[in-house]
Design a protein around this ligand. Sequence first.
Ligand code: GUN
Length: 318
Amino acid sequence: MMTDPESAPAPARAPTPTQGASSESPTGAKIIDGKVVSLKIRDQLAEEIKILKNSGVTPGLAAVLVGEDPASNTYVRAKAKACAAIGVYSDVIRLAADISQVELERKVRELNIRDDIDGILVQSPLPAGLNEFAINKLVDPAKDVDGFHPYNVGMLSIGEATFVPCTPVGIIKLLEHYSISTSGKEAVVVGRSNIVGKPIAALLASKCETGNATVTICHSRTRNLSEVCRKADILIAAIGSPGLIGRDYIKPGAVIIDVGINRVDDPSRKSGYRLIGDVKFDEACELASYITPVPGGVGPMTIAMLLSNTVKASRRRL
Ligand code: GUN
């Protein structure tokens, strides 16, 4: 069912945030600014790193990039740059797409025993033919800053989280920063990936302050997706489908978190592409109370949380 924008009810407003200053979109939704929040977190981490360095500890992150996927390449470069900016040592290990499983496993074992490396990430997706689960399982859980090891996945599911995947925990930090309460709210997560959908659902349902939501997980087989989404007070779009979520998916006053980072052709750009989310931003702004833009919403938080997990991992050296 499409809603006529002219007759759509005025968005119900979430309480004014006490901490997060947000700008307002021309049509009313408040913009959740991931750049601002992530910079604040990065500044705090930089201070903490100075103290760690005074104790002889320089946090170190190894990023393993297999193959030439352009998006993965961009992400890994951004992660290394973010490390350098706050004083984290980083080592980017670039490996050919045709590396064998055995050889890749050997590389991970090497990183597990390196004293200068506190955190290990293996950029996903791996090229076809490599077993990603076997690799994630091999990373030392104490260096698993992505939170992908089955031990850390299990710890999250029983509410004893150690390392939580970066994008989901970044979303929680954004909600906290803008004082958006989740307790008792209907949260709908669109997407069931191990990286975002499942862990954000676990966090929102968990028994803690930025949890206690009633969570529904939707996916490609969900019937009446728009109808289910319209029940959401908090809607997390993490399906990787450009612009899927339009006005008929959105309840007036909903908080919309757009995790999608989709490249679409744009000959007017030097790069030849632009990034869009899973949400039709302009339509969503007419109805939402808060919304994350793409880019500049969830994306910067993923990197900030990776840095945070790396600093956390390095503390065990003290
Ligand atoms: N690919 C997309 N997101 C991520 C992430 O957070 N970590 C890793 N390792 N790969 C990804």
